[in-house]
Every structure is written in structure tokens, then in C-alpha cells.
Design a protein around this ligand. Structure first.
Ligand SMILES: [Zn+2]
Length: 441
């Protein structure tokens, strides 16, 4: 981790001038938090019966809860890239790609099959959220917990400080450490600040620490569904506890009320629904329906619930607009409530599932269309079938073909990603973590 020595006078000067925009008064604290792998429907503020998220629920009561937020991708790297660029995967470029510049095998001894593990980072031509906020006069810092957030994968662009230490095990970095480092960073810096946090605990394996391990499942419970779900919920509760400590630290420092705080997730997780576990493949609702909770700066900001479809690529313009910064017009996101763009998910499957072909989804009103490269299309009516159990494709061929046409045309109309950033060598800790996660086997 690079250590930032804050030049207070410089920051104050930058803050006053707004970096070339004298009228702009900078919001003192901007916080963006991703809860990795956290399904909306396993949180109290989204109606879950278990008390997994008391601190997040309290935060949500002082904020706007977006009830229908959709991840534009099904795994960590492309979703975070959408959050940071306002674009869909087709346009920002960060995803698995056989021609990707990031070649894991060039850093690792391994079998031929590992050659498939190549990814692209965010296109070099993009100006990320952190870059834009830094240019506007914010000090930018990040503390991340997940392997794909390690700086080697390129999401660190624009951050003065990017703390990806200690991610060497299958569990990533624990929430306790993320919160501790975040609080430390706030103490070390001054002036207008942008802080990005990635909590990783709900990602598999589900092994919540200490008190949280048996909160929702008995130690002698048999292997299987209830145990898996109870352990996943325990991870969320553990994360929520330390999220609560972070909010309290903001309050204690007098930063909370005036802060813009956005809490969301990069994707969800299948816990046995559709006969499957995990994420990264079919964009079912369990995988793409994520929390999005936004607290505007100042006490007495807007609260309540918003039922429009929103996506992670909408968060980018939402933040820029809320801060009075220019929103670029070449993105696919739109700041709610004025959204009128297609709701799209792209899921380019990774080995060993490459053979089933990539998946796309288009949501229009209550209708969800699943597109598959191998022709396994599906159509669901979410108003009566939110669990996507009844595929209506065969009896609605006209809807299938018209939605398919709109989806393909829209994606084909998007500007392709610019040139890739240069590859970086993976450090031994990142390599070890990826091997532990099973990505390199
Ligand atoms: Zn993730």
C-alpha cells in the first residue's frame, strides 16, 4: 500500500478552487461500498425474515432504497468496472477474454488449460470514477477484500491509496480488517475525500468467524441446503457488524451527516435455486438482484423506496450528478430517477462452463428475457414468477424474437471498448489466492 502524505493546504486550496470549477463546493466525504456476492433478498431492508443486517437496515432508513437494482454482469471484475465507468461490459471491456492482455499463465506454472484464463482490464481510454473525483479535488482511497479487486486486475486506477494487502486466502480479507483500515485512512487524510470499500465475506466458502458461525444454523446441522444458507447468512451478519463499526466511526468523526454514502453489491449468489450454487453463469435474479442504498449528503436528505429498475452503471452518473460534476454522455448509465436505457446483463461464461456459451439478459417491465449463445433462450414473467420457474419462451415466440432483436441491436450499437491497459505481472500473493479460490485449477 502506498502511503499518502496529505498536504492539507493543497487539499484546501484544491477544494476551494474545485480544480478549475470555482463555483463547485465539494462534498466533504464520499463513500462507495460494495458488499461482494450479497443478494438483496438476504437483507432485512429488502424483506428477509432473518436478522442478517441490522446496521445496514438502520442506514437504509436514512437513505433511498432501490428495490430493483440489477448487476450488469455476473461476477466481480466486470460489475465493478461498470460501477467505475458507467458502462456495460461490452463497452468498458473488463472481462474474461481469450485475447485478454492479463494472461494468468504467463505468471504461473500450469497446464495448457490455464491458457483460457485471460482477462481484459478496463479499457485504457476510460476515465474512472476515482480518476474523475481526484481531478475534481478529492483525495481518493480504497480498501478492498476480494481477490479480483487486487491492483493487478486494474480496478485501482485513480486511487491515491489502494489497500489490497492481506488477500492471500480463499476467504479474501475479513470485514474487521477492511473496516479497521478504512477508519485508519479517514484519520490519516483530510479535506474532501472519496473512499471505496469492498467487503468480501459473503463470497464462498461460507465460513463465518466466531459468533456468527452458528447464528442461523446449528453446529450439528447436516450438510446441505439449510447449512449452506445459514452459513451464507452468517457471513452477511458478520460483515454487517463491521459495516456498523464503519458507520459509527464516520459518526464519531462528525463525517456521517454530510457524507454521500452508496452501498451496493457486484452480484448475488445461487444457493441451490435452479439446482445450482455460485455465480458467473446464468443471470438469474438470485445472481443479479443486488442491494443499492443511497444516502445523500446532509441530514434530512431523501428517504424511502424506489421501485424502478436501476443498474450499477447508473451509480456512476448518480454519484457524479450528486456531486455537481459533469456526467459524460458516452456512457450507458443514467442517473435515476430519469432512466430510459435498456436493463441488460452480460455474462460471458468462464472455463469450465465455456461450452454452454455466454448468457445475456434483457428486462423490460415485468418481462425478463434470457439469451444464450447456444440458443437456450428463456422468457419469464417476474410479476407472477419472480423465481423464474416457468419458461414461457415456447408459447411466446413473438416476444422472444422481438426482445432478442432489441437486445442484439442495442449491444451491437454500443461503442466497443478502447485499447486494453498494459498487463501487469501477478504478485505471488494474488497467484496463491486465485489458486485457493479454484480459478487456476
Ligand atoms: Zn464479486
Amino acid at each position: 500500500m502506498r502511503v499518502l502524505v496529505v498536504q492539507l493546504s493543497v487539499l484546501v486550496w484544491l477544494g476551494l478552487l474545485g480544480c478549475g470549477n470555482p463555483a463547485l463546493e465539494l462534498v466533504p466525504t464520499v463513500v462507495l461500498i460494495t458488499l461482494d456476492t450479497t443478494r438483496a433478498d438476504h437483507l432485512g431492508c429488502y424483506g428477509y425474515a432473518r436478522n442478517t443486517s441490522p446496521n445496514l437496515d438502520a442506514f437504509a432508513r436514512e437513505a433511498v432504497v432501490y428495490e430493483r437494482a440489477i448487476a450488469p454482469a455476473t461476477w466481480t471484475l466486470p460489475s465493478h468496472a461498470s460501477l467505475f465507468t458507467g458502462k456495460l461490459t461490452a463497452s468498458h471491456g473488463a472481462q474474461y477474454d481469450p485475447d485478454g492482455a492479463l494472461r494468468l499463465r504467463s505468471a504461473i506454472e500450469g497446464p495448457e488449460s490455464w491458457e483460457a484464463y485471460r482477462a481484459r482490464t478496463i479499457a485504457r481510454t476510460e476515465r474512472t470514477l476515482a480518476e474523475r473525483l481526484r481531478e475534481a479535488g478529492y483525495a481518493t482511497g480504497a480498501v478492498v477484500g476480494g481477490v479480483w479487486l487486487k491492483a493487478a486486475f486494474g480496478l485501482d486506477r485513480g486511487f491515491d491509496d489502494y489497500d489490497d494487502d492481506g488477500i492471500g486466502t480463499v476467504n479474501g480479507r475479513l470485514a474487521e480488517d477492511v473496516t479497521d483500515r478504512a477508519v485508519e485512512w479517514l484519520k490519516q487524510t483530510a479535506g474532501p475525500r472519496f473512499l471505496f470499500l469492498n467487503y468480501f465475506d459473503p463470497h464462498s466458502p461460507f465460513e463465518p468467524p466466531d459468533d456468527f458461525a452458528w447464528r442461523f444454523v446449528a453446529p450439528d446441522a447436516p450438510e446441505g441446503g439449510a447449512r449452506v444458507i445459514g452459513s451464507y447468512d452468517g457471513e452477511i451478519a458478520y460483515m454487517d457488524h463491521h459495516l456498523g463499526r464503519f458507520f459509527q466511526a464516520l459518526r464519531d468523526a462528525g463525517l456521517y451527516d454530510d457524507a454521500l454514502i452508496v452501498v451496493t453489491a457486484d452480484h448475488g449468489e445461487l444457493l441451490g435455486e435452479h439446482g445450482e450454487m455460485g455465480h458467473g453463469r446464468v443471470p438469474y435474479q438470485e445472481v443479479v438482484h443486488i442491494p443499492l442504498i443511497v444516502k445523500m449528503p446532509g441530514p434530512g436528505g431523501p428517504t424511502g423506496r424506489n421501485a424502478e429498475w436501476v443498474q450499477l452503471n447508473d451509480v456512476f452518473p448518480l454519484i457524479l450528478q450528486s456531486l455537481g460534476l459533469e456526467v459524460p454522455d458516452d456512457i450507458q448509465g443514467e442517473a435515476p430517477p430519469r432512466t430510459d436505457r435498456p436493463v441488460v446483463v452480460e455474462s460471458r461464461t468462464v472455463p469450465p462452463w465455456t461450452r454452454e456459451g455466454e448468457w445475456l439478459a434483457l428486462i423490460e417491465g415485468e418481462t425478463k428475457f434470457l439469451w444464450n449463445r447456444r440458443g437456450r433462450h428463456a422468457l419469464f414473467d417476474l410479476s407472477v414468477d419472480p423465481q423464474e420457474q416457468r419458461n414461457l419462451a415456447s408459447q411466446n415466440r413473438q416476444s422472444v424474437s422481438s426482445m432478442r432483436r432489441r437486445l442484439e441491436r442495442y449491444l451491437a450499437s454500443l461503442p466497443p471498448p478502447g485499447a486494453q491497459a498494459a498487463p501487469r505481472a501477478l504478485d505471488p500473493e494474488t497467484r496463491q489466492a486465485l489458486e485457493n479460490l479454484g480459478y487456476l485449477e
